[in-house]
Design a protein around this ligand. Structure first.
Ligand code: AMP
Length: 423
């Protein structure tokens, strides 16, 4: 299949060729003609599948077919869950815009930074807006823009938008949009809340589910290494030394752990930085740019980084702390193995977290061999599991028992008392 058989205009085809894309990805093959046809789309698209270009290319073409007026009226609205994804998607759309459309105004709007520059930027209007829901509503309330003339709405990473608690904001935004419009709905996973939102928004959508054929699966080798919780930082240092990994994204459960572990690695002479939601936007941009530019070898991050960030050539993702859910596991490991490259996803598993990891494996119909690294063999033992094999041991958590879960602060205090993640 080639891009030229999808109904794209010569100008867009030229932009695609200049971008270096040789052939469309499966989601692009299915979505591009459907979007050009003007209908709604419901796409189950995994991270790294090429979904941004799948909606960006046909939408840019539709704007080309109906040239904008002055002052500009906002015609394409893309809602995304995070600031990083807003910036990244807007930039991808700017780069994909064909030569004749360089004058298109594509604005990225997101919270966590002062609203004033974004208000200034919107003077004279915008043709395309990529926004996080809260900041978009703030700007509408400030009369900085109107979404009343939007002809195409994209919900990108709909599952994450709902995960992050944006359901109310999305409802308010939908109420302000014109009733007749094209809706494009992209989500990696389809839990019930996502299904419900799709059913509410979409009109006879073209459904796109890329079959889980071997060749469409990202090439990610998934590994599990058994290690006692208190020795994880040492093992991480050992693995960094033994393997010639260029760049490693390490996931931890808390902001405290992100900073603490990055600091420990840094002091051990490893170029490491922390990345979490409490940093200012400027600090987040800077640390991410350093990681992308290989000034940092290791980025220790909370789940803020699990979605949407496209780091080319990220060979290794490491779960220092396991993700809370099987869905988060998918998003974390999806940071590697992108766009046809292979990757490794390693999870540190201890006696305390073995049952939780088994649940993740079960959800993904996965069976990882439990590896042990010489010199780091675990000595701690797990409390006996229940009949379902899913109950975490009593000494560490109530795993999943609502109302009895330890608070984050409690866990942090306990970890500090045990000397973790100090080694
Ligand atoms: P996305 O799923 O949109 O985050 O895209 C993942 C990565 O795939 C990005 O780095 C894109 O630039 C890249 N990409 C998208 N479409 C193609 C294509 N047809 N050929 C090669 N790379 C692509």
């Amino acid at each position: 299949m080639s891009f030229s058989s999808l109904g794209l205009s010569p100008a867009i085809l030229l932009a695609v060729a200049e971008h270096g894309y040789a052939a469309p990805t499966p989601v692009q093959v299915a979505a591009i003609p459907a979007i050009l046809g003007g209908g709604d789309v419901l796409a189950a698209a995994q991270t790294g599948s090429g979904k941004t270009a799948a909606f960006a290319l046909p939408l840019l073409q539709l704007l080309q077919d109906s040239p904008g007026e002055k002052p500009r009226r906002l015609r394409v609205l893309v809602l995304v869950p995070t600031r990083e994804l807003a910036q990244q998607t807007a930039e991808a759309m700017r780069l994909l815009a064909p030569a004749g459309q360089q004058a298109l105004k594509i604005a990225a709007l997101f919270g966590g930074v002062s609203i004033n520059p974004q208000m200034m930027d919107l003077r004279g209007g915008a043709d395309i807006v990529v926004a996080t829901p809260g900041r978009l509503l703030d700007l509408i309330e400030h009369n900085a823009l109107s979404i009343a003339a939007v002809s195409s709405l994209v919900l990108d990473e709909a599952d994450r938008l709902l995960d992050m608690g944006f359901a109310d904001e999305i409802g308010r935004i939908l109420a302000l949009l014109p009733r007749r419009r094209q809706n494009l709905f992209f989500s990696a996973t389809f839990p019930p809340a996502v299904h419900a939102l799709a059913a509410r928004m979409l009109h006879q959508p073209v459904r796109i589910a890329i079959p889980a054929l071997e060749q469409n699966q990202p090439d990610i080798e998934q590994r599990a290494i058994m290690v006692d919780a208190g020795r994880r930082t040492q093992l991480l240092r050992h693995l960094l030394k033994e393997n010639k990994w260029g760049r490693v994204l390490v996931f931890v459960a808390t902001k405290y752990a992100a900073e603490h572990i990055a600091d420990k690695l840094h002091r051990a002479g490893i170029k490491a930085g922390a990345f979490h939601g409490e940093f200012s936007q400027g600090a987040r941009d800077e640390v991410l740019a350093d990681f992308k530019a290989s000034k940092l070898q290791v980025l220790v991050a909370t789940d803020v980084a699990a979605r949407g960030i496209d780091i080319a050539q990220l060979p290794v993702v490491l779960n220092y702390d396991l993700p809370r859910s099987a869905v988060d596991y998918t998003h974390r490991i999806g940071r590697t193995g992108r766009a046809g490259k292979s990757g490794i996803a390693i999870s540190f598993v201890s006696a305390d977290t073995e049952a939780h990891f088994r649940l993740i494996e079960k959800r993904h119909q996965l069976k990882c061999e439990r590896e042990q690294i010489p010199g780091f063999e675990p000595v701690a033992t797990a409390a006996p599991a229940n009949a379902a094999g899913a109950a975490p041991p009593a000494d560490n958590s109530n795993g999943g028992v609502k109302g009895k879960r330890k608070s984050k602060k409690d866990k942090l205090r306990e970890a500090a008392a045990r000397g973790e993640p100090d080694n």
